[in-house]
Ligand binder design. Structure first.
Ligand SMILES: [Zn+2]
Length: 404
């Protein structure tokens, strides 16, 4: 199976990034990366993950290496097409069931970034500014985080969720990149309420980005980094896809099937009954399991109702754990050879145990199945940030500061 990101790049991302940009060109010269005149230490953070947008010119952070454009924390700007707020008022836009809204937005690759809200330069467009007075404002984001947001939305759009019903337990979850953009734009406006103009501080997030270190100045960030800040190391870990690595890490948690795997007698015929249902009923039952995360203690116990082959198929189709979207069955043989563990290729593998281990709320914390893998920890944190985003939720003092 090809990596999911490839298809996202070639379809969704391509659409998102190939629009004809409606910016009025401002052909200011790009800053000279070697010039100390351009030094700027104002921090700008990505609206998704809270990580810094790394400057490409002289700054507290990049004195010796101005060429950071290949780094995953290099910035991109995202901006809605003209008329976005009117588009949002149309009732049908509240639900994105099996729909993509990629064309409502532009993603603008940044050629040079010198720090601050007005430090963005794009080839052919000149200088671009993050200005809360703009009806369709530029918002800072990492390309990796756009990818994750699009994968998240593609998954959520399987369900019919009313984005504007955010006060109800089952509503409010964004299922379109346009929903997320609207949330991010409101957060930018509420970061400095009542003051419209270039935004000279990092955009707030109501959960404090689940423990990411956010400073106002790059020299403060560097100081924290130089004092061995564990959270910075995690938030700078690349959350991007790596099928072989992710498959390898997950398979380290493989267990053999216990000898007696029969379900509780009262459920013994349940699977057979489900299998006999017409497809539409069966699919509804299966869909009610998705996504499979944040399990309580009772749910982490294997029930043995479904056969191991069913669990295996759900794991590799990413239905249960959509954030592990790069898990790839085609990598299993390579992983087994490299680790000398052939269990995942044998019928004796306990796939239900593995699926339930991956769905525990502390999966990336100490004691969790994926603890110690920084890139996956960061991806899990970013996925939680996307999943918890709601219109009308804004920062308040005393929010969580615990990473992931
Ligand atoms: Zn980011």
């Amino acid at each position: 199976m090809p990596p999911l990101l490839t298809s996202v790049h070639h379809s969704q991302l391509h659409n998102l990034r190939s629009q004809s940009l409606d910016v009025i060109p401002n052909h200011a010269p790009l800053p000279d990366p070697f010039s100390q005149d351009y030094r700027c230490d104002d921090v700008v953070v990505c609206v998704v993950c809270g990580g810094i947008c790394k400057p490409t010119v002289y700054s507290s952070l990049a004195v010796h290496d101005p060429y950071l454009r290949r780094d995953w924390m290099h910035p991109t700007l995202i901006r809605a097409q003209k008329g976005f707020l009117e588009w949002c008022k149309q009732p049908h836009t509240a639900t994105a069931y099996r729909r993509r809204d990629d064309k409502v937005l532009h993603a603008i690759p940044i050629t040079q970034f010198r720090g601050g809200p007005d430090g963005f330069y794009a080839e052919g467009l000149g200088k671009l500014v993050i200005n809360t007075a703009d009806a369709e404002m530029n918002l800072p984001i990492h390309a990796r985080c756009i990818d994750l947001a699009l994968i998240f939305c593609r998954y959520q759009s399987r369900f019919s969720i009313n984005f504007r019903a955010f006060s109800t337990p089952e509503g409010g979850i964004p299922s379109s990149i346009a929903h997320l953009y609207e949330i991010w734009m409101k957060r930018a406006l509420m970061t400095n309420p009542g003051l419209l103009g270039p935004l000279h501080q990092p955009i707030d997030e109501p959960n404090n980005y689940f423990g990411a270190v956010v400073t106002q100045k790059l020299y403060e960030y560097r100081w924290t980094l130089s004092h061995d800040n564990y959270n910075i190391a995690l938030q700078e870990a690349d959350p991007g896809p790596s099928s072989l690595y992710t498959t390898h890490v997950v398979m380290l948690r493989s267990h053999p099937l216990p000898r007696d795997v029969r379900p509780d007698p009262k459920y013994e015929t349940l699977w057979e009954t489900i299998e006999k249902q017409p497809p539409e009923i069966r699919n509804r039952i299966m869909e009610s399991l998705e996504p499979f995360d944040d399990l309580g203690i009772e749910e982490t116990r294997c029930t043995r109702i479904a056969p191991p082959s069913w669990w295996k198929a759900r794991l590799f189709s990413h239905d249960l754990h959509p954030w592990l979207y790069d898990l790839d069955e085609a990598c299993l043989r390579t992983v087994c050879v490299s680790t000398g563990n052939s269990l995942p290729l044998s019928p004796q593998m306990d796939w239900e145990r593995l699926c339930r281990d991956m769905a525990q709320p502390n999966v990336c914390k100490p004691g969790g199945a994926l603890f110690g893998h920084a890139g996956l920890s960061n991806r899990h944190r970013i996925w939680r940030l996307l999943n918890s985003a709601r219109l009308g939720h804004f920062s308040s003092p005393g929010s969580s500061t615990c990473f992931t």
